[in-house]
Design a protein around this ligand. Structure first.
Ligand SMILES: *[C@@H]1O[C@H](CO)[C@@H](O)[C@H](O)[C@H]1NC(C)=O
Ligand SMILES: *[C@@H]1O[C@H](CO)[C@@H](O)[C@H](O)[C@H]1NC(C)=O
Ligand SMILES: *[C@@H]1O[C@H](CO)[C@@H](O)[C@H](O)[C@H]1NC(C)=O
Ligand SMILES: *[C@@H]1O[C@H](CO)[C@@H](O)[C@H](O)[C@H]1NC(C)=O
Ligand SMILES: *[C@@H]1O[C@H](CO)[C@@H](O)[C@H](O)[C@H]1NC(C)=O
Ligand SMILES: *[C@@H]1O[C@H](CO)[C@@H](O)[C@H](O)[C@H]1NC(C)=O
Ligand SMILES: *[C@@H]1O[C@H](CO)[C@@H](O)[C@H](O)[C@H]1NC(C)=O
Ligand SMILES: *[C@@H]1O[C@H](CO)[C@@H](O)[C@H](O)[C@H]1NC(C)=O
Length: 590
């Protein structure tokens, strides 16, 4: 009975106080840069985005209590980077681990039936190519940390970490190779940054398969411009700028000419690989045994006929661009996937142009693309656009971008894809559409900076995911006190916090064990961090328990003594307990 009472109370009766900034719905103010760069907190030094939504049809969005949005953010030019998880319903922060130099593509993947938070971390620079794909279990304990191995001489690069149905992982790698590039404006003794990938067995780290593009595809197929890069194999940024001539050349790195630019991988149930080669403007389906291309979709070796029927389901009459640019008009693409067992439905993010802008109105905006292929007749391969999705802001993104169905498919036997989530790459925005093309949610996590190759204020997320997650941290919740009646509490990584219960006592020992049903007060979770005002009648010692939706205590903070610690002694102006650094934490867990 008491339990029932508490449950009802958790759901409805407790007051709540918002410590977080909250989500905005004011494009003009947000876009004109008067808002803070990010949300800061008292219980932690994490910075997270202040979100602004331009559209949000809650009645149409596909979401449940376990739905979360995953971004991978790099703040301060990579000084603090890592995965970020937000509740889908209010976009409040749930988890962040910004302890990496550079991180990318955080998402939930399944290995042997268990869910893991996976992402890549390492040095951002492609030329260094020494990165790791890491797997954290639902308790945020590091389970696997994998990279590429021999015969490759370089580590995994940032572009892909894709689990297969065989509990192996696909990793991309860029490796220099001596190559005659004279046919594309280079030298006979030039250096090619080859695009390779490996399939690595998670159980023992053994390499199952290695593939390098130059063994099967000529660099002549590239659309990447050698003439724009000066000097031997000079690396050039994806937005056409820069290039590092001082880099020490070594075949164990990847500073050569980037003819292919592999950026997504998928292994199919047929045992073959779907590979996105951005600089070939091509998707290649590769035989899992011989490594030979089975077919090429788009690019100079295209094998498909575009049979998109009229009327072409474009959001805009200009969307299809010039003749033949419907299914085969994509360029510089990202995040290419099959979604059905029949291997006929492909989604991708079509960057389309090597520039970043907003208010694009011509046929060259970026778009999410949903294609159907028919490879039943090997002599007559067909492709058509099922739908393309452009942003309501007219976004054009020079790099990055993602697209996947919602809900994130756990069952691939169905060929119905209901809704889609598109991440706009360097433009710090994501959008959800129904499969009929209606925009049902549009959210920014930074103002848009049209000229920038890096998104707003350096914040961008290569991909955006919306997936189911339950997180149960091994560390306790964190409490901060101003010593004068105000507490702040948060629990980084905990997905099941519904309310906070404050317990008080006359000494520390009296709070070792508490009766969960006699809190001093209870307050609903109000964002990542909840602010709690105590009354004058509170006793000298408090601790705060996190309650789940059944009213059960799932974790508790340390005991705080009220009113004795001078404010000047604290790190953030407040006395914070239990801030475990992520560095310390990873030491504890490994
Ligand atoms: C930003 O927009 C808000 C709301 O429209 C406006 O009040 C404010 O003056 C603008 N600030 C700048 C710097 O344009
Ligand atoms: C993964 O392993 C590498 C090499 O040992 C190490 O440098 C890196 O810190 C590890 N990653 C994590 C998250 O522990
Ligand atoms: C690694 O594990 C897989 C699966 O258990 C096994 O097939 C393979 O032989 C192992 N490789 C090595 C080198 O131990
Ligand atoms: C490559 O560079 C040449 C010479 O500057 C230019 O004419 C051409 O448009 C460029 N191609 C691309 C795809 O950027
Ligand atoms: C695809 O096109 C290439 C180049 O024209 C050709 O060599 C190859 O045989 C074609 N493959 C198929 C499956 O049609
Ligand atoms: C985009 O268009 C809107 C509406 O016309 C305008 O207010 C805004 O300034 C434009 N943005 C850019 C970056 O041109
Ligand atoms: C503590 O709170 C009381 C009552 O709200 C207030 O008068 C006092 O100034 C506060 N002291 C500090 C140090 O904030
Ligand atoms: C945040 O705090 C942790 C732990 O004290 C520290 O290691 C890290 O450098 C801090 N990060 C920033 C951006 O201040």
């Amino acid at each position: 009975m008491r339990k029932w009472l508490l449950t009802a109370a958790v759901a409805a009766l407790f007051p709540s106080a918002l410590a977080d900034y909250g989500i905005l719905n004011d494009f003009t103010t947000y876009q004109n840069g008067t808002m803070p760069d990010g949300q800061t907190y008292i219980t932690t030094n994490i910075t997270s985005p202040v979100f602004n939504y331009n559209t949000w049809r809650e009645d149409l969005c596909i979401s449940d209590a376990s739905s979360h949005i995953l971004l991978t953010l790099n703040y301060n030019n990579g000084a603090s980077a890592g995965p970020y998880i937000f509740r889908d319903d209010d976009l409040s922060l749930v988890y962040a681990n910004p302890s990496f130099n550079y991180a990318i593509n955080a998402r939930i993947q399944t290995v042997a039936g268990e869910l893991y938070l996976t992402f890549w971390h390492g040095a951002q620079n492609r030329g260094d190519s020494q990165g790791y794909c890491v797997f954290y279990d639902t308790h945020y304990r590091l389970r696997w940390n994998v990279t590429t191995g021999p015969p490759l001489a370089v580590g995994a690069d940032m572009h892909e970490c894709e689990v297969t149905a065989d509990d192996t992982v696909l990793l991309t790698a860029y490796q220099d190779r001596a190559f005659d590039l004279s046919s594309i404006g280079g030298r006979e003794d030039d250096i090619l940054a080859d695009s390779c990938f490996q399939e690595v067995d998670l159980r023992n780290g053994s390499v199952v398969f290695t593939w390098c593009a130059s063994d099967h595809l000529s660099p002549d197929l590239t659309f990447w411009n050698y003439t724009m890069s000066s000097g031997r194999g000079r690396q050039q940024n994806q937005d056409g700028s820069g290039g590092d001539t001082s880099r020490k050349r070594a075949y164990a790195t990847s500073s050569g000419f980037d003819a292919y630019h592999v950026n997504s991988l998928q292994k199919t149930h047929e045992g073959n690989y779907l590979i996105s080669l951005r600089n070939l403007n091509s998707i290649v389906y590769v035989d899992g045994k011989s490594g030979m291309p089975i077919w090429n979709l788009n690019g100079k070796l295209n094998n498909f006929t575009d049979v998109t029927p009229p009327p072409y389901l474009a959001q805009s009459p200009e969307d299809e661009g010039p003749e033949g640019a419907m299914a085969l008009g994509f360029a510089w693409q990202h995040d290419v996937r099959f979604w059905d067992d029949g291997l006929t439905q492909i989604t991708l993010f079509d960057n389309h142009k090597l520039s970043t802008s907003v208010n694009c109105t011509d046929s060259h905006c970026s778009r999410g693309l949903h294609l159907r292929t028919d490879t039943g007749d090997p002599d007559n391969l067909l492709v058509q656009v099922l739908r393309s999705y452009r942003s309501s802001q007219g976004l054009k993104s020079v790099v990055f971008g993602s697209m996947h169905p919602l809900p994130y498919p756990s069952d691939t036997s169905s060929s119905d894809l209901d809704a889609f989530l598109i991440g706009w790459g360097v433009n710090a925005e994501f959008s959800e559409y129904t499969s009929e093309g209606e925009l049902i949610r549009d959210v920014q996590y930074s103002p848009l900076y049209p000229g920038h190759s890096v998104g707003g204020r350096g914040v961008q997320s290569s991909r955006v995911y919306k997936q189911s997650w339950h997180g149960y941290p091994t560390w306790p919740p964190t409490i901060a006190s101003n010593g004068n009646g105000t507490l702040w509490v948060s629990w980084n990584g905990a997905t099941e916090v519904h309310a906070w219960a404050v317990y008080d006592g006359d000494d520390k020992a009296s709070l070792t064990v508490v009766d969960p049903f006699t809190p001093y007060l209870t307050m609903k979770r109000a964002g990542f961090e909840t602010k709690i005002e105590l009354g004058k009648d509170v006793r000298s010692f408090v601790k705060v328990g996190a309650l789940d939706d059944q009213g059960r205590i799932t974790g508790a903070t340390e005991v705080v003594k009220l009113g004795y610690r001078p404010l000047s002694q604290s790190r953030f102006g407040y006395y914070v307990q239990n801030v475990i650094s992520f560095i310390e934490l990873s030491k504890l867990l490994v």
